[in-house]
Design a binder for this molecule. Structure first.
Ligand code: MRU
Length: 369
């Protein structure tokens, strides 16, 4: 998988710990601001290798997002916020009287890193709003406080969603999840897997079936590692197993995250989510989306207006770095799809739960945002 920039590696064992220390390789440590440096747990290498990559500049941060060292909608938002801190530090040190143009350029680079997850643009907008009001001599401390706040708020939102989502699960059941919407994809705790964590703690989860999530294998590499680290029973399955698993019975819910939710409740998430929602409705299985309000984009009317990232064909034509498709054959690799709101049973946010989402309910939840 891509990415060739220098890594300063710190490899550590991954103990089962509730509150990991800063640089222990643990799902809750996907993004760490430590001693004035940004550390990212390299998700391209997990689970075979646990290493942190240090980003010293906004340019390195943007590249880390693009190359998926860090991925998952809330996680790339949090990371981009720290990227702005690095940018301001860099340009202010070099040119205390004229640092803003360089930062403006970096904001553009960070925004161009990936197109679909709205959390990236949401976090940059928060940092930009603060930048506009800053007039003190050294702008870095205030920006760092804001980035840390964005990070902390994300974890708190996930914990709140975890409890709200878990309360919707009436009896102990098995669930299916897709991609990785866990601690690794967020500031910590996770969205869909946050619900799973809270529900598991309440004795409501028998087993999690994790779709492997071709082509990047977020499910078999990241979700399986993360759930195993948390002591939650997990079985990895090929993406095409879900239908027969649901038909067999015993699956109460499909629980997924989202990269962007439109004003009408359409849900954009990892490619394959739409198919799962269709299957869930057919089989009478609940379909739950867990996402913070920073994932809701009231500026796009419906899912068709959400830009869908297309990644390299090589990701599809290869597996684990080995070419499997014939040379010269083309492949398509749209990495997200849109699930129509009518197939969604419930959206869980930190502000509350929306059953059978529609435009009115989303507007009421978002208020004046
Ligand atoms: O391409 P990725 O790995 O960034 O895609 C991530 C997903 O689709 C997640 O399911 C989504 O961001 C929700 S994460 C809390």
């Amino acid at each position: 998988m891509g990415g060739n920039f220098a890594t300063r590696v710190s490899v550590m064992e991954s103990p089962r710990v509730e509150k990991p220390h800063a640089l222990v390789a643990h799902p809750d440590n996907a993004i760490v601001w430590h001693e004035d440096q940004l550390f990212l747990l390299d998700q391209r290498a997990l689970p075979a290798e646990t290493r942190f990559l240090v980003c010293d500049s906004a340019v390195e941060t943007a590249r880390a997002i693009k190359d998926m060292v860090v991925r998952g909608a809330p996680a790339i938002g949090v990371t981009a916020a720290y990227g702005v801190v690095l940018s301001v530090r860099d340009h202010f040190q070099r040119s205390p009287a004229d640092w803003r143009p360089g930062v403006e350029q970096d904001l553009g680079l960070l925004a161009a890193a990936r197109p679909t997850a709205i959390n990236l643009f949401w976090a940059l907008e928060r940092m930009r709003l603060l930048l506009a009001t800053i007039d003190q001599l050294d702008p870095v401390p205030a920006l760092l406080i804001e980035a840390l706040r964005i990070h902390r708020e994300d974890v708190a939102a996930n914990q709140a969603m975890g409890d709200l989502g878990a309360a919707l699960i009436e009896a102990r059941t098995d669930v299916i999840t897709h991609c990785n919407a866990g601690a690794l994809a967020t500031g910590g705790y996770g969205t869909a897997l946050g619900v799973v964590r809270s529900a598991h703690a309440a004795g409501k989860i028998g087993r999690v079936y994790a779709d492997e999530t071709r082509p990047w294998l977020q499910g078999s590499r990241l979700t399986a590692w993360e759930l195993d680290q948390s002591g939650i029973p997990v079985t990895v399955q090929a993406d095409n197993v879900a239908a027969s698993l649901m038909a067999r019975g015993g699956i109460g819910w499909v629980i997924v995250g989202s990269d962007r939710i439109a004003a009408n409740g359409d849900v954009c998430n990892k490619i394959g989510t739409y198919g799962l929602a269709v299957l869930a409705r057919y089989h009478g299985v609940g379909f739950m989306v867990a996402a913070p309000t920073s994932t809701i984009d009231t500026r796009v009317a419906c899912g068709a207006d959400i830009p869908i990232e297309e990644r390299a064909a090589d990701e599809v034509l290869s597996c684990g770095g080995t070419r499997v498709g014939p040379e010269g054959v083309s492949a398509q690799n749209p990495v997200f799809d849109v699930t129509p709101a009518e197939l969604v049973d419930v959206i869980v946010t930190e502000r509350g739960v929306i059953e059978r989402p529609n435009a009115e309910k989303i507007a009421a939840l978002m208020g004046d945002d």
